[in-house]
Design a protein around this ligand. Structure first.
Ligand code: ATP
Ligand code: MG
Length: 573
């Protein structure tokens, strides 16, 4: 390919809403063009990168024996009604009507479509397992589309769906997918981590995310320095925190007493006043839980020095989402903000207590009465308590597997694999006959890779202040042959020769043969676009010398023109 023939509108302008390097450089480098909120067109360079990533994903999926297919992008609303996701996915589903007033949805993912495809076509365990995948557009009407390709509304995903007769077979395939995904990210040249994850609205049990490590990542991941434990904070667990027991602190007997704590609404105030560590108290987090057809006030109790993890809390009560409750809403159900505790709660209030508080003795908590707290409580006396893991793991907490000091890092979710179970097959009545001739719902797994998000993730991990630095597998072209002054016949000819020789060696090469652009401008484009290498054909050509520039280090090396292709070949292959 030649610059003179290619549409590559590079620019110095940075869009005002572009805060991430990948967003800025993909626009400035002429890879993508924004057409609307969360909507991007891929210009020629962007399309080449997208296709390269897609090809790696396809190759690794094909290697596992998964079958490529293609679902329609538009799906009937009835699929979503059947699975129940027309409600659970809420406003992310973009719905519309056709001329006959029939309702449709733009695919945000395709569990329903694939169940519909397989239903009544696979009828016996003899035809299982099977794994079907496609690489196709998705549309999610994200509340806050942002960061360019990172969180678009329309985006490209590889999504696979596997069908099994047994749970063991699902686990086997899940592991096959995990290995295939690791190969994909390794080939793309990315530093990544596989972590335990929350399963979100997709449902099911057991899921893992593939996090591309980058400071700009939206996800917080908890990792152990001493073993391979890693988890999204939404799913991270820790070894039970060691805290001093009440009797170790007081030598006294535990007796529940109501104490006046006038005006003290925070853990801090009450702990100072009573001279007890914060860990010896119970924190109440009051929220409004939103369900399909109603909402209600719910209280979560965690240790005084812990924080509530909202995803865990949402899962604990199985609601659609948790929102802040207003003072009026809290008062209306008889709760007393700042003085709320698990004893003597108004009867109809739903509450959940963190696992680590189970049967704890001697803690301080609100007395559900203005200006009063209880001391010396005994949680084992509470009846029918729902205990659940509710807390956000903090840095320094101990690893469950090895006791190491957990720490945080940031990641970009580039893939997510799920052991779904029978959630969709049951909802859509998709069954097969097992060995005993009994009808069973298919056991399913699903596996997603954010193909277009990966274009951005590569740049988040690989850039400098001048622009993109593509990895070998993702670079639109590996070598940019820059003819310093293309009006000079001998320079242009020498450039074309190198370009042809490199292409003959199977190296993707682009020739900057533009006659109207100056050398500095061409070099600027090379740095901004981020091809791994440039060959500069310039003044020293008369001495038979050209220069190789390494984009990553920006180091320059003079080489004999006769050896330049050989030299590049050894760097690249
Ligand atoms: P997130 O938590 O980032 O919203 P998700 O959990 O909704 O992602 P999945 O349903 O697991 O995403 O989709 C599989 C993959 O698709 C994700 O791992 C991610 O790489 C990609 N993806 C999801 N939403 C978007 C989006 N809005 N734009 C680009 N890629 C996306
Ligand atoms: Mg996810």
């Amino acid at each position: 390919m030649k610059f003179s023939q290619m549409f590559m509108p590079t620019t110095k302008e940075t869009p005002s809403d572009a805060t991430l390097p990948s967003h800025q450089y993909l626009i400035r480098g002429g890879f993508i063009s924004q057409s609307g909120a969360g909507l991007y067109d891929f210009m020629p360079l962007g399309k080449i990168v997208l296709d390269k990533i897609r090809a790696v994903v396809k190759e690794e999926m094909d290697n596992t024996g998964a079958n490529e297919m293609l679902c329609s992008f538009v799906t009937p609303q009835s699929f979503w009604d059947e699975s129940g996701r027309s409600i659970t996915m809420g406003n992310e589903l973009l719905r519309f009507k056709d001329r006959k007033n029939a309702e449709y949805v733009l695919s945000p993912t395709n569990e329903e479509s694939v169940v519909n495809m397989v239903k009544n076509r696979i009828t016996s365990y003899k035809n299982l397992p099977v794994n079907l995948y496609h690489i196709n557009l998705k549309f999610r009407d994200e509340a806050r589309p942002r960061f360019g390709l990172m969180r678009g509304r329309e985006f490209l995903m590889k999504d696979a769906y596997s069908f099994h007769a047994t749970n063991e077979d699902l686990v086997r395939e899940f592991n096959v997918m995990e290995e295939a995904y690791k190969k994909v990210y390794t080939r793309l040249g990315l530093e990544f981590r596989v972590v335990d994850a929350d399963s979100g609205a997709i449902g099911g049990s057991g899921s893992k995310e593939f996090m591309v490590l980058a400071n700009s990542g939206e996800d917080t991941i908890v990792v152990c320095p001493d073993c391979d434990y890693g988890a999204n904070i939404e799913a991270a667990t820790r070894a039970k925190k060691e805290v001093k027991k009440w009797h170790e602190l007081t030598d006294g007997v535990v007796k529940m007493e109501k104490v006046l704590t006038e005006g003290m609404k925070t853990i801090e105030d009450v702990s100072n006043f009573l001279s007890t560590p914060k860990a010896q108290s119970i924190k109440a987090v009051i929220k409004k839980a939103v369900y399909e057809e109603f909402s209600k006030i719910v209280v979560f109790f965690v240790r005084g020095d812990d924080e509530l993890e909202e995803t865990k809390a949402t899962n604990a009560i199985d609601c659609l989402e948790l929102v802040d409750a207003s003072e009026e809403e809290i008062a209306a159900v008889g709760l007393c903000a700042g003085y709320c505790g698990p004893f003597n709660l108004p009867e109809e209030i739903t509450f959940v207590v963190d696992n680590e508080l189970e049967n704890e003795i001697g803690l301080v908590c609100g007395a559900n009465e203005e200006n009063y707290h209880y001391t010396g409580t005994d949680l084992s006396t509470l009846k029918d308590v729902k205990y659940f893991d509710l807390i956000a793991v903090q840095e320094g907490d101990k690893c469950t597997s090895c006791g190491g000091d957990l720490y945080y890092t940031k990641g970009i979710e580039a893939g997510h694999i799920f052991q779904l179970g029978t959630k969709y097959s049951e909802a859509m009545d998709a069954k097969f006959l097992d060995e005993n001739g009994k009808a069973q719902a298919f056991i399913m797994g699903c596996y997603g890779i954010g193909v277009s998000r990966l274009v951005a993730a590569v740049i988040e991990q690989n850039h400098d202040e001048k622009g993109c630095i593509w990895t070998k597998e993702t670079a639109p072209f590996l070598v940019d042959v820059i003819v310093s002054n293309a009006k000079k016949e001998e320079e242009l000819e020498a450039g074309i020769k190198i370009y042809e020789d490199l292409k003959a060696l199977g190296i993707d090469t682009i020739l900057d043969d533009r006659k109207k652009e100056r050398f500095g401008f061409k070099m600027g484009d090379f740095e901004l676009i981020g091809f791994p290498y440039a060959v500069v054909v310039g003044k020293k050509l008369q001495d038979g010398i050209v220069e190789i520039v390494d984009r990553k280090t920006l180091e320059k090396e003079e080489v004999d023109i006769k050896r330049v292709t050989e030299k590049l070949y050894s760097k690249i292959k």
